[in-house]
Ligand binder design. Sequence first.
Ligand code: FPP
Length: 240
Amino acid sequence: MTDGKVRINKHLDLSRLPTHIAIIMDGNGRWATRRGLPRNMGHKAGCENLKKIIQHIYDLGIRYATFFTFSTENWKRPKDEIDGIFNIVRDYLNEDAEQFVEKGAKIMVSGDYKKLPSDLVSAIDNIVEKTKNCEKFTLNLAINYGGRDEILRGVNQAIEVGKPLNNQEDFSKLLYSADIPDPDFVIRTSGEMRVSNFMLWQMAYSEFYFTKVYWPSFSPRDLQKALIDYQGRKRRFGKI
Ligand code: FPP
């Protein structure tokens, strides 16, 4: 998290913000390639931007934020790129742990994170433990995460319990996101218009926003623009 103060757009109604915003941070690689840099420099820049955007989401008073950090499909990338991403995430969590506690920010993880390298698993366990009583803001990092995997995991848990679930809420409680509300608003950067196996169950009634801006360039102003767009939507949840 950073401490940059950002002017609020006069069209943004601070009383009608989403409770939970989820972001697919896409375009780090292209951002770097365009600048003649190695792809991992794009992830580094993506991490710096993540700090800025988390701070802005927090300053706006949005209660929950989920960021798609590493998908179950991202293992198909070259090893040095994967290692680079894991090192960036590990350093970020280790360096910012105290700041999260000071700000009352709880860190949680969606995904099979125990399969990640042991230094990253320790960094995650450490920050989750340190921030477990924080209540002002929840940051959910989706890491080694896949929506279908998550659903399958929930189904297997239900089978283990051995009796039918009463309702959808009971199934939601079997997911990584059991303790947080579904995302109201999902943003994907870089111009791709796909869901890419992200929060498949939780996004049933989310509003979507796609922008061509690459993640490292997605600014707090861009975020406000997206939120203004969100506020212009009529959410009907199947009603008329
Ligand atoms: C997608 O861009 C981005 C990723 C797969 C990695 C996201 C990781 C970070 C932003 C690092 C920091 C994260 C944390 C939580 C500290 P891409 O590589 O698919 O871009 P491309 O589509 O242009 O190739």
